[in-house]
Design a protein around this ligand. Structure first.
Ligand SMILES: Cc1ncc(COP(=O)(O)OP(=O)(O)O)c(N)n1
Ligand SMILES: Cc1ncsc1CCOP(=O)(O)O
Ligand SMILES: [Mg+2]
Length: 241
């Protein structure tokens, strides 16, 4: 059973950026260890998003990395991605699970233990938790929750917690010490003058801390898609998430 990825690179949506160049640089260093989440602006049309997702999925497949698609689950299915990620304004987690099927990786956003627990019960394989710190790559976010916010969620759920928002290699140790399994980044790699080096620095910081031992990686016997929602546990599929 594959281990869940601990370093997630989210594609940069800011105008004038070259997300594929950043993905290439990160994959050249991280290879199969990387999870790449395809994210576009809300006003991007599906054709534009699809074309980016095709390119990212192909690059990930070439090196055995994991490709996820943010929000637009039909694109995840269309490009053969491993799964998707949903938040409060996207499909509800149980509906997203029905779309993707029992074996897909499904991430859900949470800031608090209650939301996180509900997302896991509804079929989330992992949680994206944040913003941990202030970020310049997404507007309109609530106040940062810091490592203590990570601790509150991670101690409440049996799935990997991926810390997000303002993550840098220097901030990784405190977040992992608080119970994060891994981190998701945009700026730490995309803003770097040397994105490959920045990726290596993040991997070094992550690998210095072993993952939490008590996570439930196994498939959920309670997941029953024909009934529309998991009957117990994390409800995720056989991908090991
Ligand atoms: C790993 C991870 N965590 C959180 C998010 C945020 O998702 P969401 O709250 O739906 O916001 P958008 O990214 O859709 O703007 C994420 N994408 N990935
Ligand atoms: C998509 C998203 N959701 C919460 S913070 C964020 C962006 C994180 O970007 P950065 O790593 O540049 O702070
Ligand atoms: Mg979303």
């Amino acid at each position: 059973m594959p281990s869940p990825g601990r370093l997630h690179l989210i594609t940069d949506t800011r105008p004038g950026r070259d997300p594929l160049a950043v993905v290439d640089a990160a994959l050249s260093v991280a290879g199969s260890e990387l999870v790449v989440q395809v994210r576009v602006t809300d006003d991007a049309d599906d054709r534009t998003a699809y074309e980016l997702a095709v390119e990212v999925a192909r690059r990930c497949a070439d090196v055995g990395a994991t490709c996820l698609v943010n929000d637009r689950l039909h694109l995840a299915l269309a490009v053969g991605a491993a799964g998707g990620h949903v938040g409060a304004r996207d499909l509800p987690v149980d509906a997203a699970r029905r779309v993707l099927g029992p074996d897909a990786v499904l991430g859900a956003t949470a800031r608090d233990p209650e939301t996180g627990t509900a997302a896991v019960a509804a079929g989330a394989s992992y949680l994206g938790v944040g913003p941990c710190h202030a970020t310049s790559t997404k507007d309109g976010l609530p106040a940062p929750i810091g490592p203590e916010g990570i601790r509150r969620v991670a101690s409440a759920v049996p799935v990997p917690v991926i810390a997000i928002g303002g993550i840098t290699a220097e901030r990784v140790p405190a977040l992992l010490a608080a119970g994060a399994y891994g981190v998701a980044v945009v700026g730490a790699v995309a803003n770097a003058t040397d994105p490959a080096r920045a990726t290596a620095d993040l991997l070094t910081a992550i690998s210095a801390v072993p993952p939490p031992p008590s996570l439930d990686w196994g498939p959920s016997p309670g997941f029953a898609p024909w009934r529309g929602s998991p009957t117990s546990g994390r409800g995720a599929g056989a991908a090991g998430w």
